[in-house]
Design a protein around this ligand. Structure first.
Ligand SMILES: Nc1ncnc2c1ncn2[C@@H]1O[C@H](COP(=O)(O)OP(=O)(O)OP(=O)(O)O)[C@@H](O)[C@H]1O
Ligand SMILES: Cc1cn([C@H]2C[C@H](O)[C@@H](COP(=O)(O)O)O2)c(=O)[nH]c1=O
Length: 200
């Protein structure tokens, strides 16, 4: 079973992901961007580049995802393991959808979010459950510390609107958790959502 944690920068995904490791010691815990491959290193270089080309950046993230699928996700799912990923393809749909929307006149894409979804369609694996930690862009940017080009409230507002679109499209897959609660309450809400979907 593939479970993903999604949400804006600063929504508390990594805090939850770390706490879940104690509760599910046999699960495979992984993340995107990866932090143990040269593909992930390339992504982090792009994150640091304020002038990175938006389309090139999409494909760097997507290359990292493709390698992550082959190296980590598929083998774990084939073994029957529970996989819990801190960010996954919905981050691309929401973030690069928003970045490309802003650069739209350069590329002439009718619907940038749909374009990013379509790029993934032939090879990616859809999560069984996506837990979406929701909070306002201002609070996300503040918690994250605005350390990179994505961590700004106006951009995160566009990203949040894209996450809303994704949730509306697949209400069964997404479970929304109020990320403004204190961290213990967020963790319990996530653990409940996970327990409700795990096979007996
Ligand atoms: N429920 C919460 N209430 C208040 N602060 C929180 C909560 N959860 C996490 N934080 C704090 O917010 C900051 C960001 O948390 P965290 O790194 O878990 O978020 P994230 O969603 O993984 O962010 P990013 O996507 O930017 O890596 C940390 O300082 C963390 O301690
Ligand atoms: C997977 C993924 C991530 N991003 C953005 C979101 C963050 O600002 C950075 C780094 O992620 P982290 O969880 O804070 O380490 O990258 C993105 O734009 N698109 C993606 O697919």
């Amino acid at each position: 079973m593939l479970v993903t944690l999604e949400g804006l920068d600063g929504s508390g995904k990594t805090t939850v992901w770390e706490a879940l490791q104690e509760r599910y010691p046999d699960a495979v815990f992984t993340r995107e961007p990866t932090n143990d491959s040269w593909y992930g290193e390339a992504v982090y270089r792009s994150i640091e580049d304020d002038d990175a080309d938006s389309l090139a950046e999409l494909f760097l993230y997507t290359a990292d995802h493709a390698a992550h699928l082959e190296r980590v996700i598929k083998p774990a799912l084939e073994r029957g393991d529970l996989v819990i990923s801190d960010r996954y393809s919905d981050s691309r749909f929401a973030y690069q959808g928003a970045t490309l929307e802003r650069a739209d006149s350069e590329y002439g894409l009718d619907d940038p979010l749909q374009y990013v979804v379509d790029v993934h369609e032939p090879f990616s694996i859809t999560p069984d459950l996506t837990i979406y930690l929701d909070l306002e862009p201002e609070r996300g940017a503040e918690r994250a510390g605005a350390t990179n080009k994505f961590e700004h409230a106006d951009y995160l507002a566009d990203v949040r609107a894209n996450y809303e679109r994704l949730r509306e499209r697949e209400p069964e897959r997404f479970v929304r958790v109020d990320a403004t609660q204190e961290s213990g309450a967020v963790l319990e809400a996530v653990a409940d959502a996970l327990a409700a979907r795990l096979p007996e």
